[in-house]
Design a binder for this molecule. Structure first.
Ligand code: GTP
Ligand code: MG
Length: 155
């Protein structure tokens, strides 16, 4: 099954947005397969965002992600990586559409509340980084599947 690594950043936790954010993924029809609160050490933030390490804002980004606890999540379901990015909205919250998480709850790129994996490969890579011990994950079978999806449909 397809999985995305989604994370409420420290500003989202401080601003009390955790429940609202989880609700948006639940109501859409994705399945929560991993969840934990975590004080991110610098090495994990640097590994997670390593593709951005040459950017001028990289030190500020690492400081931001490590500035307070984050909520680490694995969301599962067909199409979840792309759909999560749509639910989250554009990187710069002033450009994000209203109705998206960043569009509704944020005003600037350096405090944009939430992260979502940008590809299937990065999803698995990031789950490996943040859930390396397996702690915070559990196996369960979603019983509402027939009410969300047409069984046997291929598209
Ligand atoms: P993530 O889901 O967090 O990966 O965001 P994204 O995929 O929408 O954007 P990207 O991966 O390009 O950038 C990662 C994060 O770096 C962004 O979410 C911002 O928090 C931060 N960031 C990106 N561009 C800037 C910038 O120009 N200035 C600052 N201060 N932060 C930036
Ligand atoms: Mg990104």
């Amino acid at each position: 099954q397809e999985r995305s690594y989604v994370m409420v950043k420290p500003d989202g936790v401080q601003r009390g947005l955790v429940g609202k954010i989880i609700s948006r993924f639940e109501r859409k029809g994705f399945y929560l397969k991993g969840l934990k609160m975590f004080n991110c050490p610098e090495d994990i933030a640097k590994e997670h965002y390593k593709d951005l390490s040459s950017k001028p804002f990289f030190p500020d980004l690492v400081e931001y992600i490590c500035s307070g606890p984050v909520i680490c999540m694995i969301w599962e379901g067909k199409g979840v990586v792309k759909s999560a990015r749509k639910l989250i909205g554009a990187t710069n919250p002033l450009e994000s559409e209203p109705g998206t998480i960043r569009g509704d709850f944020a005003v600037e790129v350096g405090r944009n509340v939430i992260h979502g994996s940008d590809s299937d490969e990065n999803g698995e890579r990031e789950i490996g980084i943040w859930f390396s011990s397996g702690e915070g994950t559990a196996e369960w079978t979603p019983h509402m599947e027939p009410w969300l999806r047409e069984i046997g449909r291929e598209d």
